[in-house]
Design a protein around this ligand. Structure first.
Ligand SMILES: [Zn+2]
Length: 114
């Protein structure tokens, strides 16, 4: 299960930041979900609740999710375009030589410790 691996990764990062700041609890963690990451927000939320509530430090810590749009770069003409709208073919020059620049992962943006 993809989402479970991601929440363990988020929990590790949050735990490190909390301990480094001498915090005893964490109010919230904000993550950006890539538009083409394949992560299902509802499943991620469920997995987070289950994982976080197992330990005192993360109990009741809220997971805030924001969407990061997917952007593809054309290697031939340098155009950046929306991946979801146009896929792998550059809408400016028709080139198939493109690669995904952002929007495929999960990035932690903010951790609010108490
Ligand atoms: Zn192009």
């Amino acid at each position: 299960m993809h989402e479970l691996g991601i929440v363990f990764y988020i929990a590790d990062e949050v735990r490190d930041v909390a301990l480094a700041n001498g915090a005893t609890s964490v109010a919230s963690v904000t993550v950006e979900l890539g538009e083409v990451s394949g992560v299902v927000p509802r499943l991620l939320q469920d997995a987070w609740r289950w994982c976080a509530d197992r330990e005192d430090l993360l109990r009741d810590c809220e997971l805030v999710m924001e969407e990061e749009s997917a952007v593809t770069l054309c290697e031939d003409c340098g155009t950046r375009y929306g991946t979801v709208a146009h896929g792998r073919t550059c809408p400016a020059c028709g080139s198939p030589h493109t690669h995904l620049e952002q929007g495929s992962g999960v990035v932690i943006r903010e951790i609010a410790v108490v």
